[in-house]
Design a protein around this ligand. Sequence first.
Ligand code: NAD
Ligand code: UDP
Length: 336
Amino acid sequence: MNILVTGGAGYIGSHTCVELLKAGHQVVVFDNFCNSFPEATRRIGQIAGTPLTLVEGDIRDRTAIERALRENACDAVIHFAGLKAVGESVAKPLLYYDNNVIGTVRLLEAMQATGVKTIVFSSSATVYGVPQFLPYTEDHPLSSTSPYGRGKLMVEDILRDYHVAQPDSRIALLRYFNPVGAHHSGLIGEDPQGVPNNLMPFVTQVAIGKRDRLQIWGGDYDTPDGTGVRDYIHVEDLAVGHVKALEHLRQPQCFAVNLGSGRGHSVLEVVKAFEQACGKSIPYEIGPRRAGDLPAYYADVTLAKSLLGWKATRSLETMCADSWRWQVANPNGFRV
Ligand code: NAD
Ligand code: UDP
């Protein structure tokens, strides 16, 4: 297939492009590089041994997307493009709704105008809100607590409504848990700008000496060691999940599925695993809880297995080892 990958130069998009190329698809990356570098797309081609097509553009520009879909005879879209910092979304809600929600509407209009019926959307476990039970199953009630999360939920609703109006559409809503790690080649990985918000890139920067110590946000949760528990998933496993979702979309349908490992790890477990991977100790201090954080959550992965024939295979140790390999080989990320 010819696949338009919005946000394909970003963290999850770049790893997915590698898997798509490996599976024999043609890839067109559509990205405005607001949080990524063209160098990432060169490296995707280097890993896969096949070049891809790169279109610089913004998803809010319907004409530009239509042109990219037409000129490349695209059969499907994988839609990663979006802003993802929860705290920033609280400070700049209009920016988030414009980019993430209105951008998706423009993308769907362009798909409709060009007859492209298949879309895989990057949703998030954040759409489950405060757990009423764990693990989260796909039929857990949906709610959200930030403009970022509400945007994900709005786009899910928009896509469900779109499927009702266009019953021949083929839509996958992939609810990611906590993607971490990097490609095992060390050539692509997460390249956060400024101070990382997320745990793994922060730990990685402490290990390489860019930051003094990790602040652990809360040590008094009702979890086995008091620190927050999350379901970490290796980004290469997540990337394969997209190829599987695309293969499943041979028939018109709209489905939501969790992509996680199915098990939770605490912050302290991540720190210990990272220390093993890098052979250094990670200084940390336990501080207050971060506003809005949940104590613990993890995925029920039964549906992913039965529907897509997919499950995560890489361990927390591999996630840490691959993050470390990427960091050591690219201390400045893609800024070569
Ligand atoms: P990322 O920032 O690395 O990648 C997003 C890409 O989209 C970047 O290359 C950016 O330049 C591009 N982009 C943003 N707005 C654009 C626009 N208007 N037009 C064109 N390109 C645009 O983020 P990521 O971690 O790879 O996340 C990808 C998707 O997965 C996002 O939608 C994110 O919300 C979702 N998601 C991420 C996580 C996570 O922890 N990383 C978890 C759940 C869901
Ligand atoms: N966390 C932390 N220190 C940090 C960043 C994160 O203790 O500098 C904790 C956070 O409180 C949560 C876990 O690590 O329990 C994962 O946080 P992250 O921001 O990576 O993901 P999310 O909160 O979106 O699940």
